[in-house]
Write a protein that binds this ligand. Structure first.
Ligand SMILES: CC(C)(COP(=O)(O)OP(=O)(O)OC[C@H]1O[C@@H](n2cnc3c(N)ncnc32)[C@H](O)[C@@H]1OP(=O)(O)O)[C@@H](O)C(=O)NCCC(=O)NCCS
Length: 125
């Protein structure tokens, strides 16, 4: 079953917190922290990854009781294209056949859309 999640956020919401290592550790995978760096566009990169996590939550929280912020993260390939990656812990609880993500950001706004193909999920509701 293919499900879609979408999220859009203000970059400023994330920009305020990225100087705090505890915030970064709670929400982001080390791969994401390394990618987003500390440059001029750092806040946009972090914000769009936060949006991706929220979009994933829109899909998966109908199917699992709990979801850590670090159960999903973004890795970029050599061309820059983003890919969704899921933790082993999550994959032991739910069967994900395939997933796709697209990200976009400006200096003010970041948006993410995800498509997740779940194998015969049991709805919580
Ligand atoms: C990729 C591209 C469409 C991004 O568009 P943009 O308007 O500049 O930027 P947006 O804010 O909409 O999107 C940025 C996001 O696009 C994504 N992106 C980058 N390269 C991508 C690609 N090849 N395919 C899909 N998504 C890509 C990234 O997730 C990026 O955000 P991130 O760096 O925080 O992960 C644009 O830079 C482009 O056309 N680049 C040409 C590069 C290209 O075609 N490379 C392929 C070579 S094999």
């Amino acid at each position: 079953m293919l499900e879609t999640g979408i999220d859009i956020i203000d970059v400023s919401r994330v920009a305020r917190s990225i100087g705090n290592p505890a915030f970064l550790e709670k929400y982001f995978h080390p791969v994401e922290i390394a990618y987003c760096g500390e440059g001029a566009h750092s806040a946009q990169h972090f914000a769009v990854r936060f949006a991706a996590k929220e979009a994933v939550r829109k899909v998966l929280l109908s199917h699992v009781d709990t979801l850590s912020w670090r159960d999903s993260w973004i890795e970029n390939d050599e061309s820059g294209k983003p890919h969704l990656v899921f933790s082993e812990k999550l994959l032991s609880r739910i069967r994900i056949r395939a997933a796709s993500v697209s990200l976009s950001h400006t200096k003010d706004t970041a948006a993410a859309i995800v498509l997740i193909d779940l194998e015969a999920p049991e709805s919580k509701s």
